[in-house]
Design a protein around this ligand. Structure first.
Ligand SMILES: [Zn+2]
Length: 450
């Protein structure tokens, strides 16, 4: 498994590729005799053949499907195909050199390298949920015109916090709105609408009383203004009481787990009745503490390639473990993680829409591409079945994003998919055994420079 993966990843590199410049890469590919997980939540189908043409799923049938002239045919008996992963909560350009947070990280070079990393790990679509410079709109446009590769970007643009409040990340002044008044907050929403942002992000969190928190009248105004402009609102949240007020005020997505206490039935009912999405992001809490525990996954090529040598050196330094173990916040992060896991089970069983995200890219330990596969594992650990976790990260997340052209494998959808060496329904960690990634029908490994 590692040999295969090493070959695949080594062949991909991280070069920036302009798709429009590639000679005749649009091809017809027949994937023959696979197990198909289609992202709808329906059971797997065996001995399926899939035809991809012009970036779309063109035909789905049995092993007898004839290959059109000039089609590339891949015999994949025993392999599993599933939709490309969608992260509804990630970030771009906040980390430099794979290892440090920096306010100077939001450059074309850095952002495109991260987009390429997401893509080669099978995360074919991401929502960059705030703290973006306006460069993000340019990059999105270039992707739309076929001039730029990498994971397809959706974005919340800068996002809206309050002065001195969350997010407490190093960021350039043109990377986040910090309105001091409700009127300014409304104007920030209007600017996001002019930029055609895909969603509005607000931060509602006092960091356990250490920072000013956005007051309710301000986020209520943001929600109202956004809805007027046909934009939805996703909220960074931590505490149950904030989450309840946001839901009552009409928020559309809670972009983290509730972690200060167990959610109650009234909250679960309100979430369900109002159709609010819940995105757990277990990676947030786990990433503060897990690397000091030296889990076995840190030894895998899959992890090491994603982390990169500088972050690996940081984790492997002897003072790293001491720093984590002596940090007074470490115990809090463990509690937050445990409560988040219990709360996912509660909201899921209560019939709330559960989406999928990681906060990857926000801090160095939230590693683009790796984090998404780990998050699937953590959702299963919290009590979802592998199929339920996969559906959250594919078909359901497309619904969360309001995009109908991806997330499931059906005729006419974008050909965004993973070919896996083993069945993730028997062990969710098998999503990491990637044989190939196709994005818009193109093999990521085949792209020149990758
Ligand atoms: Zn975030």
């Amino acid at each position: 498994m590692f040999l295969r993966l090493t070959l695949v990843l080594a062949g991909m590199g991280s070069g920036l590729v302009a798709r429009a410049q590639q000679p005749s890469v649009v091809q017809t590919v027949l994937l023959r005799d696979v197990r198909l997980i289609d992202g709808t939540g329906a059971g797997p189908r065996e001995h399926v053949s899939l035809l991809m043409r012009n970036g779309r799923i063109d035909k789905i049938g049995g092993t007898e499907m004839a290959a059109p002239k000039n089609a590339v045919v891949r015999e994949l008996v025993g392999k599993t195909v599933m939709p490309g992963l969608i992260s509804a909560h990630s970030h771009l350009g906040l980390i430099v050199d794979d290892a440090e947070s920096s306010a100077t990280g939001y450059t074309r070079e850095n952002v495109t390298a991260q987009l390429n990393q997401f893509e080669r790990y099978g995360v074919t679509t991401i929502m960059s949920l705030g703290v973006n410079r306006d460069l993000v709109y340019e990059l999105k446009k270039e992707q739309h015109e076929g001039k730029l590769g990498g994971a397809t970007i959706f974005t919340a643009g800068r996002g809206i916090g309050v002065p001195g409040g969350a997010p407490g990340l190093p960021a350039a002044p043109d990377q986040i709105y910090r309105p001091a008044t409700v009127d300014q907050a409304r104007m920030d929403v209007d600017e996001l609408a002019e930029h055609h942002a895909d969603i509005v992000k607000v931060w509602v969190d006092s960091g356990h009383g250490t920072m000013p928190e956005m007051p309710e009248p301000m986020y209520r105004a943001v929600i109202e203004e956004a809805h007027k402009k046909h934009l939805r609102v996703a909220a960074h949240v931590y505490a149950l009481e904030d989450a309840k007020r946001l839901v009552a005020d009409g928020v559309d997505v809670l972009a983290h787990s509730v972690r200060d206490q167990l959610v109650d039935d009234a909250f679960v009912r309100a979430m369900k009745q109002r159709g609010v999405w819940y995105v757990p992001t277990f990676t947030v809490d786990e990433s503060f503490v897990v690397y000091a525990e030296r889990p076995a996954f840190m030894q895998t090529v899959f992890f090491e390639e994603a982390a990169g040598p500088k972050l690996m050196a940081k984790f492997n330094a002897s003072e790293y473990d001491d720093k984590v173990n002596q940090d007074p916040q470490t115990e809090q992060h463990r509690k937050d993680f445990a409560l988040g896991q219990q709360n996912l089970k509660r909201v899921f069983e209560g019939g709330v829409h559960v989406g999928f995200g990681t906060d990857s890219g926000a801090l160095p330990g939230r590693i683009p591409g790796f984090a998404e596969h780990r998050e699937l594992e953590l959702m299963v650990q919290a009590g979802l079945t592998p199929m339920q976790a996969i559906t959250a990260a594919t078909g359901d997340n497309a619904k969360l994003l309001h995009v109908a052209d991806r997330g499931t494998i059906a005729v006419g959808k974008r050909a965004d998919l993973l070919v896996l060496d083993a069945d993730p329904l028997s062990d969710i960690r098998n999503t990491q055994r990637i044989v190939a990634v196709y994005h818009d029908g193109l093999s990521v490994a085949d792209l020149p420079g990758k």
